[in-house]
Design a protein around this ligand. Structure first.
Ligand SMILES: O=C(O)CCC(=O)C(=O)O
Ligand SMILES: [Fe+2]
Length: 347
């Protein structure tokens, strides 16, 4: 459990004790709100410097890409649009991806129903997850299988094919590196926060994976770093949000960008729900090395990262010795890769 925030002169209370009491109550942030809390426990409060940077005033929108006819006459146009978006934004939304809106809607409803079960039932699933967020584990038994299947198989496969071609590679090159079995689906429930200006739903981070596909409901809060600005990802009915992860930035030798993003604490009485699916490389043996693809290298384009195995990466992620994956494996370090402050998230 990471609870290392606020070390310093102002931290004059027993933070570890308060966190422990909160965890032992197993009620989570939603339970606090349901009990009528109008302030948040102080260990959720983030240092002002990490909050003031996050207010989006940008009028930019992340690209939206229509995937219809991706297997026929619109393919090259779509490959071009996704390549552009992956190079400049690292984030985009896709529409007409083939998953019916009713399935997306049913999936969001199933997550809501699960989180709204009586406290006695939910508390059996409570745990503190990574990045200091409360999590409920149920192995997604409550989610509609059909939607999970479609996001993981259909959307993942289509997007990997297009992203491969965007790099000038054969269609199946990236898809063959990942497998559906190695993908990981998470459900996230961001309840109303009574003091949203003091905390975050999810701290700024990049995803240490190949690719992330997110289904979100209509309550916004996701923001993406674009240059010096934070840009809001406006929820769009029926769309999926896609973002490039650190591993794909590395494999593409920096052609595609894995960018920082965060989720604001939810100021709305309506809960924000998001369901990210993280796609990862499937081969995890000691001799399965990952790094910039040889096909993408040339004398004038040398490898920017060293090779590694997934075993090594997973070990470093779990031991928290690596702040940011893509900075850690970059051959020439330019920025400090360690995030020293880990705060509690209102989720
Ligand atoms: O909740 C969201 O919309 C994004 C979640 C996210 O960035 C993550 O889980 O890595
Ligand atoms: Fe993320």
């Amino acid at each position: 459990m990471a609870t290392t925030m606020n070390s310093g002169a102002t931290d004059e209370y027993d933070r570890a004790k308060e966190v422990k009491e909160f965890d032992e109550s197993k009620i989570g942030c939603k339970g606090l709100v349901d009990s009528g809390a109008t302030t948040i426990p102080r260990f959720f409060i983030h240092p002002p410097q990490s909050l003031q940077l996050t207010q989006s005033s940008s009028s930019h929108l992340i690209p939206t890409i229509d995937l219809s006819h991706a297997d026929s006459h619109r393919r090259s146009e779509i490959v071009h649009q996704i390549r552009e978006a992956s190079q400049t934004w690292g984030f985009f939304q896709v529409t007409h991806h083939g998953i019916p809106s009713s399935d997306l809607h049913d999936t969001i409803s199933a997550v809501r129903s699960f989180y709204e079960l009586p406290m006695e039932v939910k508390s059996q699933h409570y745990c503190r997850g990574n990045r200091s967020r409360c999590q409920l584990h149920d192995q997604h038994k409550s989610l509609p299988v059909r939607c999970c299947y479609m996001v993981r198989y259909a959307a993942g496969k289509v997007l990997m094919g297009i992203l491969s071609e965007g790099l000038g590679l054969e269609r199946r090159r990236l898809e063959e590196m990942t497998s559906v079995e190695a993908s990981n689906l998470v459900v996230q429930y961001y309840p109303y926060c009574p003091q949203p200006d003091l905390t975050l739903g999810l701290q700024s981070h990049t995803d240490p994976v190949m690719l992330t596909v997110v289904l979100q409901n209509r309550v916004g809060g996701l923001q993406v770093k674009h240059g010096e600005e934070w840009v809001e990802v406006k929820p769009m009915h029926g769309a999926l949000v896609v973002n490039i992860g650190d591993l794909l930035q590395i494999i593409s030798n920096d052609q595609y960008k894995s960018v920082h993003h965060l989720v604001l604490a939810n100021p709305s009485r309506e809960t924000r729900i998001s369901i990210p699916v993280f796609f990862n490389p499937s081969k995890r043996g000691d001799t399965d090395f990952y790094g910039p693809l040889l096909e993408l290298l040339a004398d004038e384009k040398p490898a920017l990262y060293r090779n590694f195995t997934m075993g090594e990466v997973m070990g470093r992620i779990f031991s928290r010795e690596m702040g940011n994956l893509r900075n850690y494996y970059r051959l020439k370090h330019t920025e400090n890769s360690n995030q020293s402050v880990v705060c509690h998230m209102w989720i």
